[in-house]
Every structure is written in C-alpha cells, then in structure tokens.
Design a protein around this ligand. Structure first.
Ligand SMILES: [Cu+2]
Length: 121
C-alpha cells in the first residue's frame, strides 16, 4: 500500500495541509494571553512584558489564599481572596508599568510592563 504514496504525491499532500491550516489560523480571532502563577508566596515570573490588550490570568498554585491588587491610577483593581487553584483574568488596556501586589503577602511583587501596539488598532 505504501508504494502508492510516492515522494512527489506526499509533498503535494503536505503543501495542501499547510495551506489549509494557514487559512484556518487566519480566520480564528487571536487574543493575547499570558499566565502568571502564585507559588511559594511569589509571582512566577516576577515580571512580564506584554502588549496592550493582553489578558493576564493569575492562578493560585499555593495551598493558601492570595488577594491581589494594583493601585496604579490607569488600572486600579482589588480582587477577592482566591483559594488554591482559583484563577482571575485581568485585562491590561493601557501602556505603562504596573505593580501588582498581594494584601496577604506584602513581599509579593509582580511588575507588568505593557507596551503600545504598533499599527492601526
Ligand atoms: Cu498572597
């Protein structure tokens, strides 16, 4: 059976698949996402670089509560206490540098650098 699939027809098949997947990708709306975990009373990673419009998912990977907040005027938030395993999504819409901290663990610090998107929105 494999004799029927000569190298020439195989390459045609691969090109065809590449074309199809390329079209499929272009039709799917893309959303910028990033994940930060809270583990060992730290944000991991401790700093992220994202572009405007990125949603950052925070996931509590510890065995106790975290409650995070930002006092940056461009993006003030103060979440509820999150139990182990719980996540929360925060959308960063404006360029700037943000510090995210935790009420329960004052040493926790995440620096988020949001850069402007290039080109038309
Ligand atoms: Cu905490």
């Amino acid at each position: 059976m494999m004799k029927l699939l000569n190298p020439k027809s195989l390459s045609c098949l691969l090109i065809g698949l590449g074309f199809i997947s390329g079209v499929a990708l272009a039709q799917v709306p893309h959303r910028a996402v990033a994940t930060v975990v809270e583990q060992g009373k730290e944000f991991i990673p401790g700093g992220i670089l994202i572009s405007q419009g990125t949603t950052v998912t925070f996931r509590n990977d510890d065995e106790f509560l975290h409650q995070i907040f930002s006092t940056e005027p461009k993006l003030r938030f103060d979440t509820k206490e999150r139990k182990p395993g719980e996540t929360i999504d925060i959308l960063f819409t404006e360029a700037g540098i943000y510090q995210v901290r935790c009420h329960i663990h004052p040493k926790m610090l995440l620096e988020v650098t949001v850069i402007e998107n290039e080109g038309p929105a």
